[in-house]
Write a protein of this length. Structure first.
Length: 150
C-alpha cells in the first residue's frame, strides 16, 4: 500500500519578498516534512534583507530561498491549501484551479515600515511572530479536525 500524499501549501503575497518567504520557512520549521511547502508572488522581487535578518534572529536561514512567480505554478501543480498573506494579493489573485482550500491571512507589509534600521527590523520581527502564531494555531486546528473528537 502506498503512503498517502502529503498535503501541499502555497503561500502567496504580492512580491514573495517578505511575508510569504517567512511563512514558508516557519511552516517547514513547525510541520517538518508533513507538508510540501512553496511560496510565490504576483510580482516577485528579491527577498528583502530585513526579512532575512528577522528570520536569522530565530535561527532560520533564507539564503537558499528565491522569489518565485505564481504563474510558474498555475496549471502545473495542485495545492491543497492556498494561503494569501496580504489584501492586495487577495484582490489580484488569479483563478487557481485545483485548490482545495483558500485561506486569507492578511498581515501588514513590513517593507513599508519607516524609521531607523532597528525600528524597521522590529516591524519585520513583529510580522514574523504574528505569522508564526497564525501557523501554529492553524496546525492545531487542522490536527484537531483530522483527529476528531476523543
Amino acid at each position: 500500500m502506498s503512503e498517502p500524499k502529503k498535503p501541499s501549501v502555497l503561500f502567496l503575497c504580492v512580491n514573495n519578498s517578505c511575508r510569504s518567504q517567512m511563512a514558508e520557512a516557519l511552516l517547514r520549521r513547525h510541520a517538518g516534512d508533513r507538508f510540501e511547502v512553496e511560496s510565490a508572488g504576483l510580482e516577485p522581487r528579491e527577498i528583502h534583507p530585513l526579512a532575512r535578518a528577522a528570520m536569522a534572529e530565530v535561527g532560520l536561514d533564507l539564503s537558499s530561498h528565491r522569489p518565485k512567480n505564481v504563474r510558474d505554478f498555475l496549471g502545473k501543480r495542485h495545492f491543497g491549501y492556498l494561503i494569501i498573506l496580504c489584501a492586495e494579493a487577495e484582490a489580484k489573485c488569479p483563478v487557481f484551479p485545483g485548490i482545495s482550500f483558500r485561506l486569507d491571512w492578511p498581515f501588514p507589509d513590513p517593507a513599508k515600515a519607516e524609521g531607523s534600521e532597528e525600528e524597521r527590523l522590529n516591524a519585520f520581527g513583529q510580522v514574523r511572530d504574528a505569522i508564526e502564531q497564525r501557523i501554529l494555531a492553524w496546525l492545531r486546528e487542522r490536527d484537531a479536525r483530522l483527529l476528531g473528537p476523543d
